[in-house]
Design a protein around this ligand. Structure first.
Ligand code: ZN
Ligand code: ZN
Length: 297
């Protein structure tokens, strides 16, 4: 914000205690209201105490901002994902249900697309961005195959979001203090699409592998995996910053994100194992790919 005071933040005097938690030592004097706050009450990213965060108007999430129109609301909300710490404060405003439509607009296409690349039986994606049918399927078979793969992608995406959100929401509730804007629900609705982009089963890795040559070098493989981790780090960072906005302390805000992440890491291979009978075998796809490249050269 333009009126943000740039003055250095002052510490609290020796022996001072937090204005809201008299049992805790104060660390900082809030530059806005002058009250002393403990580390859980201080929001360094927006330089204000928790009371000031709730009292002072902050710009809302662009999607829920009545002053913004159409595409600006959508793309502004996507752009906010690149500054997770600063924009987490926006989740302390507004009504979390407004994020549901945004979540559907982003998560549905990403989940469906991330299913199509690995889960189709009759289309082969890659190497080098090629899409080719496997065998000579009819048009109807192809459409049904792609729809089934997209449906699997949707189910798998919903499972990932559920596995991540459930422990995160209940842990932040246990460690934090409830606010009526439900910032932790907002972060899952406005940033959940990042979870579907990143990781081993995300859309980014699928797209990159589609574009890579047949037997990519180790360097390419490593670059692809690093790239696929970036959206995941983005969502974890946003969830940690938002947990702080829900009054979860600095250390606990890492724990409440780490636990769901570990749960997801453990559950993801099990879910894949469950749907394995519905997936194309990787050997069949590979043979088709080799057949195509020998035909071409
Ligand atoms: Zn204050
Ligand atoms: Zn406090």
């Amino acid at each position: 914000m333009s009126d943000e005071p740039d003055d250095p933040v002052e510490g609290a005097p020796d022996g001072a205690t937090c204005a809201e938690h008299p049992e805790r030592p104060a660390l900082v004097t809030c530059p806005r209201c002058g009250s002393y706050c403990c580390i859980a009450c201080w929001h360094g990213a927006v330089k204000r105490c928790h009371a000031c965060l709730l009292r002072d108007p902050l710009p809302p999430v662009p999607w829920a901002d009545p002053d913004q129109r159409g595409a600006a609301r959508f793309f502004g909300t996507l752009r906010d994902a690149f500054s997770p710490t600063q924009t987490a404060a926006k989740f302390t405003r507004g009504e979390w249900r407004r994020g549901i439509v945004f979540a559907l607009l982003t998560a549905l296409p990403i989940a469906a697309l991330s299913g199509i690349i690995p889960f189709t039986h009759l289309l082969r994606f890659g190497p080098l961005g090629v899409v080719a049918p496997i065998g000579s399927p009819s048009a109807l078979d192809l459409v049904l195959d792609v729809l089934q793969a997209a449906g699997l992608g949707l189910l798998f995406g919903a499972a990932k979001l559920g596995v991540m959100s459930a422990p995160y929401l209940s842990l932040t509730k246990a460690y934090g203090q409830p606010t009526e804007t439900q910032p932790t629900r907002q972060v899952m609705l406005y940033r959940g699409w990042l979870l579907l982009l990143g990781g081993r089963t995300g859309l980014v890795l699928g797209l990159v592998i589609w574009g890579l040559p047949m037997d990519p070098s180790e360097g390419w493989q490593m670059a692809a995996e690093v790239l696929s981790l970036l959206p995941l780090m983005g969502v974890l960072w946003a969830m940690t910053s938002t947990a702080r906005m829900a009054r979860v302390g600095p250390i606990a805000s890492m724990v409440v994100v780490l636990v769901p992440f570990v749960v997801l890491f453990l559950v993801e291979p099990l879910v894949l194992e469950l749907i394995r009978p519905l997936l194309p075998s990787s050997e069949a796809v590979r043979e088709a790919a080799q057949g195509l490249s020998t035909n071409r050269f």
